[in-house]
Design a protein around this ligand. Structure first.
Ligand SMILES: NC(=O)C1=CN([C@@H]2O[C@H](COP(=O)(O)OP(=O)(O)OC[C@H]3O[C@@H](n4cnc5c(N)ncnc54)[C@H](OP(=O)(O)O)[C@@H]3O)[C@@H](O)[C@H]2O)[C@@H](O)CC1
Ligand SMILES: Nc1ncnc2c1ncn2[C@@H]1O[C@H](COP(=O)(O)OP(=O)(O)O)[C@@H](O)[C@H]1O
Ligand SMILES: [Mg+2]
Length: 284
C-alpha cells in the first residue's frame, strides 16, 4: 500500500521530561571516522531525544565529546587500530539495558571483531535498532541471519550498501527500487530505508516515496545525520515505519532549507544540524 500523505511528527506532552523523550544509544566511530558518530549524536539531540549516549572506541572519545557537550560519551575498549574491540560487547549489552532505541554502525569500520558485536546485538537486543553503514556491511557477511532478530529493526542502506546486503548489482536495484525494497523488508520482517533521491521507506506492506531532499545532500555524513534523526524519533515511541517516514521527510526538508540559503554545492552534512530547527518549525 502506497502511503502518500505528509508524515506526522511525534507527540510531545507538555509535562514530558528527558526520560519521557527517549534514551538513545548510538554505537560506532573509529580512529579517522569520529565525525560520523558525532553527527548522528547531534542529529538525535536536534530531533527531540531526551538523552543521547554515544558508545565509541576509547581512543576517540575526546574528539567525539568535544564536538557537542549535550550528549554523553561512553568510552569502550578498542583494538590498536582505534576500532572497537569485541571485548566491548558485555559492556555494550549492559549499556543497552534501559535504552529505548539503539543505533549501530556509523563510522564503525569493518573487522571480524566489529562483525561479532553487530551480529550479537542484532540477534539478541529486544529494543528497536537502527542499523546503518558498517553495521549493514557486517550484516551483509551473514545474510542468512537477517531474519534472526529479537526486536524491531530499521535498516538504512544507500544503494551500494543494499547491493552488499542483497547480493544484487547497484544497477538492478536502481531499476526496480520499490519492489526490491518491499520484498526485502517483508522477507526479513523489518523496516527498510533505501536512500538516494526519492528515498523509499517500507515495512513490506506500506511504502512511502520521499519528496524532500536535493543533490546538495550527496556529501559525506548526511546519512549519519539521518541515523540520528530516525533513532531519536523511535526513542519518542514512534513505530519504526512512522519514525523512518517522518525522519526521512524531515532530513530532506532540512537539506532543502539549507540548500536554499547556502546553495547545493556548498552544503555539508553539519549544515543539516543547523537547519533542522527550521525544518521542525515547518512540521509542528
Ligand atoms: N565524517 C565521517 O566520519 C564520515 C564517515 N563515513 C563512514 O564511512 C564508512 C564508509 O561508508 P561509505 O558510505 O562512504 O562507503 P561505502 O559503503 O563503500 O559506499 C560507497 C559505495 O556505495 C555506492 N553508493 C553510495 N550512494 C549511492 C547512490 N545514491 N547511488 C548509487 N550508488 C551509491 C558507491 O557507488 P560509486 O561511488 O561506485 O558510484 C560505492 O560503491 C562508514 O562507516 C560511514 O559511516 C561516511 O558516513 C562519511 C562521513
Ligand atoms: N541527489 C540526492 N537527492 C536527494 N537526497 C540525496 C541525494 N544524494 C544523497 N541524498 C541523501 O543523502 C544521504 C546520504 O546518505 P549516505 O550515503 O549514507 O551518506 P554518508 O554515509 O556519507 O553519511 C541519504 O539520506 C540520501 O537519501
Ligand atoms: Mg552512510
Amino acid at each position: 500500500m502506497n502511503v502518500s500523505s505528509r508524515p506526522s511528527p511525534p507527540e510531545r506532552p507538555e509535562s514530558g521530561h528527558k526520560g519521557t523523550f527517549g534514551r538513545v544509544l548510538i554505537i560506532g566511530g573509529s580512529l579517522g571516522m569520529s565525525g560520523s558518530i558525532s553527527l548522528a549524536g547531534a542529529a538525535a539531540l536536534r530531533s527531540g531525544a531526551g538523552l543521547v549516549y554515544l558508545g565509541v572506541p576509547r581512543s576517540i572519545v575526546g574528539i567525539v565529546a568535544a564536538f557537542e557537550p549535550s550528549y554523553i560519551t561512553v568510552p569502550l575498549p578498542d583494538q590498536e587500530s582505534g576500532v572497537l574491540s569485541k571485548s566491548a560487547l558485555p559492556n555494550l549489552m549492559d549499556h543497552a539495558e534501559g535504552k529505548d532505541v539503539i543505533a549501530l554502525g556509523p563510522g564503525l569500520t569493518q573487522s571480524s571483531e566489529t562483525d561479532e558485536i553487530v551480529t550479537a546485538m542484532y540477534q539478541s537486543c529486544s529494543q528497536p535498532m537502527v542499523i546503518d553503514a558498517d553495521g549493514l556491511n557486517a550484516l551483509a557477511r551473514f545474510p542468512e541471519q537477517l531474519s534472526e532478530h529479537n526486536g524491531p529493526r530499521v535498516l538504512t542502506p544507500h544503494p551500494g550498501e543494499f547491493a552488499r546486503l542483497t547480493g544484487q548489482s547497484i544497477d538492478s536495484i536502481q531499476n526496480d527500487r520499490q519492489d526490491v525494497a518491499t520484498r526485502f523488508a517483508k522477507e526479513h520482517d523489518l523496516t527498510l530505508v533505501l536512500k538516494g533521491p526519492a528515498t523509499i521507506v517500507t515495512d513490506g506492506d506500506q511504502v512511502y516515496v520521499n519528496s524532500t531532499g536535493n543533490s546538495g545532500m550527496g556529501t559525506g555524513g548526511t546519512g549519519d545525520v539521518l541515523t540520528g534523526i530516525v533513532s531519536a524519533l523511535i526513542g519518542q515511541k514512534m513505530p519504526p515505519f512512522s519514525a523512518a517516514r517522518f525522519g526521512v521527510y524531515l532530513h530532506g526538508l532540512a537539506g532543502d532549507l539549507a540548500a536554499n540559503e547556502l546553495t547545493e554545492p556548498a552544503l555539508i552534512a553539519s549544515d543539516l544540524l543547523r537547519f533542522l530547527p527550521a525544518a521542525w518549525k515547518q512540521v509542528i
